[in-house]
Design a protein around this ligand. Sequence first.
Ligand code: SF4
Ligand code: SF4
Ligand code: SF4
Length: 241
Amino acid sequence: MKTTNNTRRKFIKISAGTLFFGSLLGGGAYLAPKLNSNSLLLRPPGAIDEKDFLATCIKCGQCVQVCPYHSLHLLDIGNGNSVGTPYLDARDRGCYLCDLLPCVLACPSGSLNHDITEAHQVEMGMAILKRPDRCLAMLGKNVEIEDIEGILTHSNKNEREAKVLDDLKSYVGKPCTICADLCPYPENEKAIGMVQDKNGKWYPEVRSECVGCGVCEELCPAKGEAAIVIVPRATYTEVYG
Ligand code: SF4
Ligand code: SF4
Ligand code: SF4
């Protein structure tokens, strides 16, 4: 299991750029407190309210062990009373919303709610086009192999993980529609789709059924920080009004 001291990458930071583009998209004054936080963690599917999650998680790592995509990790020391609890670093690996959510089934404490049995019920967070200036679609650039070579180093230990990376490679030389196409949500056009702005530029539009799984953030070929990121535990209404 992976642990890391790189705390910076575990937390979402929302910049002025987010707020600017949110206004462009009609989100208006969506300055919910969650968007200004610098300490929200992306938790596994089914995670209960953060305070209750911290009070009930027994830090057994069962969810981490069963995840076939190696999406989950346990927080290491230096993270206060969160140490030992599971989280995702979406830029390293999102959650692929497996059938029957095996991580939830494996949780013995109720910290991952067993009433959450399918992708439609998941509420991990909400995607947001934080850096439109990095989005290849908005820039009108095709995906190049150099853009994705860092992502191609992500975990590749079984057929499911290999398929993720093979799917990503198929975009080399083509316009970027990766986040919209590879979103694992069932009927993913209800979570995200490519649309054109009034100037004819394509961009990903996040829609109401996005569950914040983080796959769009993982696979976004923008260099460094992804153009599209997840605001943990935020809802569509909080972000987009
Ligand atoms: S749903 Fe699947 S990919 Fe997502 S965290 Fe659970 S086991 Fe991992
Ligand atoms: S994955 Fe989406 S957000 Fe990232 S560059 Fe491609 S179209 Fe833009
Ligand atoms: S838009 Fe992104 S975060 Fe939302 S469900 Fe799709 S891949 Fe997951």
